[in-house]
Design a protein around this ligand. Structure first.
Ligand code: GLY
Length: 341
């Protein structure tokens, strides 16, 4: 009873705003999204072609959700890109398993993980969002759903990726090629910086002319992973998060580290606290680096963020992480700053 009286007193006489722990919105940068400032950004330089596909919708005043789905279809269908969709490196059992998720401006989201034999996992993720009461379907269940929705089975293992897998089988050492983005040509000719061999997940974020945001993230995940391994890319809050009151974030790199830190959600919440997109990505990277600075020297994670005002930024653990931007005024590829130089 005494406690109750204490609380009644506490809540009286307009005291609410003066109690810091109750003033949850202190410092919050929630703002109405900007209108008429359509922009799309995506991870890596191959994002440029994906952005161009997204821009066909976005530039014509279309919805961000349609734009990101159409945009990431490009790397999903590209057999020369060996870390997304068709032609992706298989797991250690020789199976190409795909992870993808999509999110709109109203926190609607859909996701598939460990999905096999479907060319466009992002579109299955969208159907999960729109046609089921669930957020995430995995493995056989995701495949069953995709087939029931009319998607056709496609063999995703290309001869080039099968050859690479057979080569790997000779040692069977699971050592994800970390920080391959900043390898020098002379160190490893196959892993050219910015070359198709070393590209990772595509994460795409868009703001449309009506102020609606959306994001998509899709990958074949870590090469030679254990069968059934799921990375950050299909996990809402890890590989992707969109909150129209603030902005959106996505990630690329070693998924396990992003999952541990709920990376993309963290970036959005850091933006909510008033940090710029780049500062927010940097603070999320710092969280990973500080947890294990020695390990961080050997792994790459990059975050990419877009505010609902159309400003954007990125940050990575190591140099080499790039992102692509497309708007009415701009079409460019930018090298993200990094923790280690
Ligand atoms: N970021 C992609 C993965 O770890 O699967």
């Amino acid at each position: 009873m005494q406690n109750r009286r204490f609380f009644l007193k506490l809540f009286s006489a307009g005291s609410l705003g003066t109690i810091p722990f109750l003033n949850a919105s202190a410092g919050s940068r929630e703002r109405k999204p900007a209108k008429g400032k359509a922009v799309v950004i995506s991870t890596w330089d191959f994002g440029k072609e994906a952005n161009a596909a997204a821009w066909k919708t976005l530039g014509a005043g279309g919805a961000a959700l349609d734009a990101v789905e159409q945009g990431v279809h490009v790397p999903e269908a590209d057999p020369t890109n060996q870390t997304v969709g068709l032609g992706g490196f298989p797991d250690r059992d020789g199976k190409v398993t795909l992870d993808a998720c999509i999110m709109d401006h109203q926190l609607n989201c859909g996701s598939v993980a460990c999905l096999e034999n479907i060319l466009h996992p992002i579109s299955v993720a969208r159907r999960v969002m729109e046609k089921t009461p669930h957020v995430m379907l995995v493995g056989e269940g995701a495949l069953q759903f995709a087939l029931a929705q009319g998607f056709e089975k496609t063999n995703l293992l290309t001869p080039a990726s099968e050859k690479a897998w057979k080569e790997w089988l000779k040692t069977s050492q699971y050592e994800p090629v970390i920080n391959i983005e900043n390898r020098k040509k002379e160190e490893d000719p196959k892993h050219l910086p910015g070359g198709p061999y070393n590209h990772d997940t595509i994460g795409m974020l868009a703001l449309d002319a009506d102020g609606r945001m959306a994001g998509a993230c899709t990958t074949s995940g870590a090469a030679w992973k254990m069968h059934g391994r799921v990375g950050d890319s299909p996990i809402i809050g890890a590989g992707l998060y969109v909150d129209n009151e603030i902005g959106a974030a996505t990630s690329s790199g070693l998924g396990e580290e992003v999952i541990r830190t709920c990376g993309s959600h963290l970036v959005v919440e850091l933006m909510r606290q008033g940090n710029s997109p780049e500062e927010s990505c940097k603070k999320a990277v710092e969280r990973i680096v500080k947890r294990d600075p020695v390990k961080a020297k050997k792994l790459q994670v990059g975050f990419l963020a877009l505010s609902n005002q159309g400003t954007y930024g990125a940050f990575a653990i190591h140099p080499g992480f790039t992102f692509s931007v497309k708007s009415q005024q701009t079409e460019t590829i930018i090298a993200a700053k990094s923790w280690f130089k």
